[in-house]
Design a protein around this ligand. Structure first.
Ligand code: FE2
Ligand code: FE2
Length: 184
């Protein structure tokens, strides 16, 4: 039955596409929560909590942006009509990366002052704007792209690369947590 077969195939593709987009949306959700949590902290009174949150969030953002740039954006670029969405996304990533680098330099130099908090706050504004465009426009275009993308293969490739990137950029998180492992 060609019709039934076609329906099954497109349902499978739709589910695979949802999985890919959800993987990215989960990261977006975590990032938005981190910036909200940061608002509740006082950089001067809680420097350790701030440092930890900033470090973690910057690492996660690096994993996410690298994954999109290396795999997701190129895969959807060939299937989308509106290329400018992806061009803008890449420019926005670059701005975020510059702020992340500044934060990392400040942290290494022990500069945990108001400027540090302001930089992270501005990064949050950039990231929230970017997420809004990505989910509101780019992901919507992806839904229209249908079978021009092999969503199942893309999902597998992204999951594998994400695991690698996490190990590389968030080693403290992927290392097994054993009691008494703190530096002696
Ligand atoms: Fe994203
Ligand atoms: Fe992005």
């Amino acid at each position: 039955m060609p019709t039934a077969e076609k329906t099954t195939r497109s349902t499978g593709a739709a589910a695979a596409r949802e999985q890919v987009l959800n993987m990215l949306k989960e990261d977006h959700k975590r990032a938005k929560k981190a910036f909200k949590d940061f608002e509740k902290l006082d950089a001067e009174k809680q420097p350790d909590e701030c440092k930890e949150l900033v470090e973690q969030t910057c690492g996660e953002l690096q994993v996410h942006t690298t994954l999109e740039e290396e795999i997701f954006y190129p895969a959807v670029r060939q299937a989308l009509k509106e290329q400018d969405l992806l061009d803008e996304a890449e420019v926005e990533h670059n701005s975020a990366k510059q702020l992340i680098e500044q934060l990392q330099t400040m942290q290494q130099g022990g500069q945990m002052d108001g400027k540090f908090a302001a930089t992270f706050t501005v990064l949050g504004e950039y990231v929230k704007h970017h997420i809004k465009e990505e989910e509101g426009e780019l992901f919507e275009q992806c839904e229209k792209a249908g079978n021009k993308v092999d969503w199942a293969a893309l999902g597998e490739q992204m999951a594998a690369r994400k695991a690698e990137l996490m190990e590389e950029l968030l080693p403290q998180q992927t290392a097994p947590l054993t009691a008494g492992q703190d530096e002696a």
